[in-house]
Design a protein around this ligand. Structure first.
Ligand code: AMP
Length: 192
């Protein structure tokens, strides 16, 4: 099964993606996680992406599309995948169309998560991730760890993503709002 999960930051894509991918026994592919892996490994691509991510901006399309093409070419996606955070604009959606056409496959479902904008900042700014496994996600108010600062699952250190800080979250929301205003249609995909 091939599934897309779209929605604004803070809507819960990461949390739902982990559950859904496990339920469907398919690969969870998050462009944000792929970038963070590159950043941790100190690759050139990671350094380029980090400049944009830290500033609350989208990474350049050609970089993002390259990363996703490479990931979808790996054999573990043959039985299906759940894309989380890609595509985020029309150019990326068109690139995905091309990738699917080349592999003679198609999407089975697109899920669009919605969240009132007023809740976004609080949800993202309170998010904490485990350094050992970023799929272990906590929230200081809504889903706190039993021992502050330590992952309930594996004991790993919990940290806040650079781009989850309140000022960066507000910048990310501004970027989305600006894209929406610029968009000539009301297609939601153009805004995420
Ligand atoms: P996420 O983990 O999905 O919130 O993504 C974290 C950051 O990675 C985003 O704020 C963007 O800077 C970058 N990013 C993730 N996915 C994309 C994408 N499809 N296009 C461009 N930048 C992306």
């Amino acid at each position: 099964m091939r599934v897309l999960l779209i929605g604004p930051p803070g809507a819960g894509k990461g949390t739902q993606a982990v559950r859904l991918a496990a339920h469907l026994s398919i690969q969870h592919i998050s462009t944000g996680d792929l970038f963070r892996e590159h950043i941790d490994q100190g690759t050139e691509l990671g350094q380029n992406a980090h400049t944009h991510i830290r500033a609350g901006l989208l990474a350049p399309d050609e970089v993002t599309i390259g990363v996703i093409k490479e990931r979808l070419a790996r054999p573990d996606t043959e039985c299906g995948f759940l894309l989380d955070g890609f595509p985020r604009n029309l150019a990326q959606a068109q690139a995905l169309d091309g990738i699917l056409a080349d592999s003679k496959s198609r999407l089975d479902a697109v899920l669009d998560l919605e969240i009132p904008e007023a809740q976004v900042v609080r949800r993202i700014a309170g998010r904490r991730l485990c350094r050992q496994d970023r799929e272990h996600i906590f929230h200081v108010d809504y889903s706190p760890a039993e021992v502050a600062g330590a992952c309930d699952v594996c004991g790993g250190e919990l940290y806040q993503r650079d781009d989850d800080r309140e000022t960066t979250v507000r910048k990310r929301l501004e970027v989305i709002a600006a894209r929406r205003r610029r968009s000539s249609t009301t297609t939601k995909l153009r805004a995420w």
